[in-house]
Design a protein. Sequence first.
Length: 479
Amino acid sequence: MKKLRIIIVLGFFVVLSCSKDFLEIPPISSVTVDNLYATDKDYQDAVTGCYAALRSSYDNMFVYGDIRSDDAWHALGNNAQMNAINNFSERSSEPLFESTWRDYFSVVFRANVLLQKIEEADSEPVENKDQYISEAKFLRALAYFDLVRIYGDVPMITSAISIEESYSKGRISFDRIYEEIIIPDLLDAEIGLPVTYTGSDIGRATRGAAKALLGKVYLTRKDFPKAEVKLQEVTTLGYALLPNYNDLFDYTKDEHHSEYIFDIEYLNGGQGLGSRFTNSFVPKSPQNHADNFFGIKGGVGEFNTPTFDLFYAFEEIDPRRTITVDSVYYDNDGIPHKFIQIATFTQKYITPVASLNDSPANWKVLRYADVLLMYAEALNENGKTDQALEYLNQVRTRVELAGYSGLTQDETRNKIYDERRFELGMEGHRWFDLVRTGRALEVLSSTGMKAYNTVFPIPLREVQVMNDPSVFPQNPGYD
């Protein structure tokens, strides 16, 4: 665990990093941290390093957001860690919890070092100083938002600290993390971030991304009045739903379209910057027919299998069902094909891949349909049900489903919850939606969930290296 502490405290920038061009910065080596920060380009590269660290963090977001929920499961059953997370029998020693903790705190560390160094920098050589500060704060807020949703209370680290100092950093209540880091960082970020970018900077965090994430934070905190205000602001920034839902998942087209707000960016091309989602989610088929038909090289992993519960939850006429969860795919002659052992799959990440885990498919963190549904939820909780239905219906009519009218507040609330499942299924939202709305135990108790399972265990090595339950206890139920 000392290794992780050193990563958090000393972790130097492997400045890889989004168009996806800003992913393509070569690594820096054999330089001191101080020498990294001199010019505007140096700070731009340092911010890019923060984005790069998020790729590792989000490689496994499907485990937390989908497999943990009622929308997906590890159907193959050959991975003990996945099985344990699926049926709520996970242990604090699971490698995933250690790597997730490390990866997110790597983002935090990089952002902290940048913020500390840039405060000392002159604005003249660092002409985009305010933007870089805002980007770093957005990324730190996003990292901490995910950390508290996954682990609950975590250490609050807002500066570059020494190894010795790191051992005094106990767990701080998630309420304080929200109030002292996440919300202030996003309030600052929304002021300093641009509304749009051009050229190779497309893909960086924007003002809309900061406002949308802050709206989600307020919604998670059940601060519905502030959520309503912030999400309404997002609706004024020029975003729009794509006319064709399936175009969201057509990776031959530009992923930075009118509905895009913020993605974790991946880049194919054999540089080690591609995503794993395409290879990981497709099941095995007879004679590798699916691999060949979809143009997927390198093999398939059969993870993240959608459940039949999700399949049957959709209206039969809902066109989103086929791409979200289906049991067959059709070749160019209209002939249906199934898989060897796995009964269902999602097509949201399918795209030709030239080699293993080199997919161009991004992970969608925030998109406009999500904002519309969050805004509808906030409006409804604030007693504005008729207005809420207007925004809920925008999402439904995009896929040519009839809108709702004349519903009560309770009925509207349930319809919004359902619509989030249909619209955002297999995109990592379901588990977090169930937890924040207090429905997780009701929905998942039959699969083994207990009340304490709303958060995951703190990595065992972290608890062991601190060795002081008074400041660094394990989450209840995982002792």
